[in-house]
Design a protein. Sequence first.
Lengths: 439, 107
Amino acid sequence: MIATALSTTGFSQEVFDAFLAERDEPGWLTDRRVAAWSQFNKLGMPNNRDEEWMRTDIRLFHFDRFAPFAGIEAPSELPPALLATGVDLAGRSVSLDSRSLSNEISDECAKQGVLFGSLDSLVKEHGNLLRPYIERQLVDPNQDKFSALNAALWSGANLLFVPKGVKVARPFHSFTAMSAGGVDLGKTLVILEQGAEATLLTETASTDPEAGGMHCGSIELILEKEARLRYVNLQNWGSGVWHFAHQMGHVGANAGLQWTIGALGSRLAKVNQHVALTGPDAEAQVNGVMFTHGKQHLCYNTHQHHKAPFCRSDLLYKSALQDKSRTVWRGMIKVDEAAQRTDAYQRNDNLMLSTAARADSIPGLEIEADDVRCTHGSTSGRVDDHQLFYAMTRGYTRQEAVRMIVSGFFQQVFDRITIESVRDALGEAIGRRVRDIEE
Amino acid sequence: MNEFTPAAKISEITDPGSLLVEIDEQLVVLIHAAGHYYALDDVCTHDGGPLSDGPLDAAEGSIACPRHGAKFDIKTGAALTMPATKPTRSHDVKIEGDQILVRLCDN
């Protein structure tokens, strides 16, 4: 067990060497990890003079205050999985503190050649199959210190591989938990070969909702031509967790990706979400639901990259902010010269439930083609007093009225989510958090 | 009410000068000007910029944000110039021996 072999704290060379010694992985993968580790040590911490980081202050974050693979005592009970309630699943996986705990896949899927579960194990058994996908390196280890760290030390990772033409109707579910003060270095790799279809629900949670910890993760979604993926990612860490993530989707010709993000937890989140439309007629719909409270700071940088003609992308992020919390959304639509007849849209709406909350909304367009339709929009506003008054005259308490209005605010994005359990889980989690409007 | 916490030694800050310190998971800029010590949140209320990187004007009693030049009163944290319109938090400071102690204010 890694947990017992490593006791050194921090991200030291000793920890990395012991990590590698325990892995027993193919040489090509070890080489990649070593190169990324070298890059991690070379790169400096991002600082607030960098445009990408100037609104997200991480000077209070210190790597040496965390102990990866430190063998924190596993809790007797994991937090409940919200997205899987009442859902008939094709497979499920559970990990804790970057260690895989259990993996299940239905016999039917296994017979069709679907792989689902721990990437740590599956890469040893199916190295030749997975190598070209891992080597595509969708998330660039050189992008920043966090992407390099994840590339070097990912573990407790998830894989979903669906072979050519296989269509899986039932969703897969992956649950990633973190104990108090723990470290998660998870990675999610989804590969849909030509014409494959699947749904993957992933969610994260801390064993203690107030707990601290650190997540440095990555997500890579590879959709070959004509593949279709519905992917849901609910981030529900404890309120003291630092969350750093690089997420990248590659959508091939005639393929379709529906990507829904729910961001509810963590102390500070800095996420880069990138969707690349790489083949003609590819399509991506990106949905984001954020609810912040306390002193939370959630920063999402989204990127819709049109590389091929006739592609469509549609992004909608909606945030409600309570207390002294803050959200930052920076969105970019980039259209390459070859991507004629692009149809791209991005929108961010913010509902301010407190005068002390703050939302920064920064949409952007970078267009090199000359025959496109690219539009964006952003709104920020408070709850309308007249709506509150009207609801209260109909017998609702003030809190019920606020909850109803917040729920209505998110309805537009919930309507786009086609999975009932996801709609219910997000709606319920947000409803529990809403208190009142603060002057 | 919070307790006074040792934040730095007197010898660590010249006059005039400033020093960034971390107190109870918060970033605070300690300021030494005209023989007095002050403590402010290290955040510009306009754009979140780090005041500890900005110029200190001891004669005027202000510190400016390095991004857009908004000035804040080093004694009270009041916003003195645009584009900031809201004060940044100021904290209580006292000296004991060679130690600078800071008590974080709650609001």
